[in-house]
Ligand binder design. Structure first.
Ligand code: 5GP
Ligand code: MG
Length: 200
């Protein structure tokens, strides 16, 4: 290849990479507005826990907290569950530093948990495409649990069209990007007590 052509291609490529870096600028809380208050979340968690206590009556339950997004809901839900219940955690990550776009889904920590003969309830923050929960359920099935269900804080509207949505859902929201109560933007804002949605 002629060195001038090579140089031209190199400049073109590096400037387009530079440009794409600036397409998603860093968001601040000013780019979001409140969507669901912590009080509303707590009320729904009480109702979800009532249903779970009813459905698992006489059984022992293993909650699997899917880190990091489930940290708030798992903690609040566990406090309202009255059937005998243990908690374990595993990690699923797809967004991370990507911000608002999902990347490659990776799972960690499954090998540290004993699933054999257990009633498993996966607890996650949000069911969007369903890829995370579907993949985890498929992996766990190999370890012979007695049952596997899932409980999530949020389901995005589009996921409602799917055959297999989680058994326990606190809220259904539009297909918008949300933060707070465990949900992050580039690992920040998980500690907000309420859920906030990105402004249009
Ligand atoms: P799914 O695999 O169902 O497409 O997405 C599940 C994961 O993507 C969630 O557990 C969450 O970590 C991330 N995710 C999906 N939508 C949102 C969102 O609106 N806000 C944040 N912070 N994370 C999201
Ligand atoms: Mg998650």
């Amino acid at each position: 290849m002629n060195s001038r052509v090579f140089l031209a291609i190199f400049i073109c490529l590096s400037s387009s990479i530079g440009l794409s870096k600036h397409i998603e600028c860093d968001l601040t809380l000013d780019d979001f507005k409140p969507l669901i208050t912590n009080g509303e979340i707590q009320n729904r968690i009480i109702e979800m826990a009532k249903q779970i206590n009813h459905d698992y009556a006489g059984q022992e339950l293993t909650l699997i907290m899917i880190m990091k997004g489930a940290v708030c809901i798992a903690s609040d839900l566990m406090q309202k569950i009255t059937v005998p219940c243990t908690i374990e955690h595993m990690q699923a990550s797809s967004y991370g530093q990507n911000g608002t776009h999902a990347g490659v889904l990776t799972l960690k920590g499954i090998e540290n948990i004993d699933f054999e003969g257990k009633h498993i309830l996966l607890v996650d923050d949000i069911f969007d495409t369903g890829a995370t929960i579907t993949k985890i359920k498929a992996e766990l099935a190999q370890y012979n649990p007695a049952s596997i269900k899932s409980a999530v804080l949020l389901v995005k509207n589009k996921a409602r069209a799917m055959q297999e949505v989680p058994e326990y859902i606190a809220f259904t929201i539009e297909n918008q990007f949300v933060i707070g109560y465990g949900l992050d933007y580039k690992e920040l804002y998980r500690g907000l007590p309420d859920i906030w949605v990105k402004k249009d």
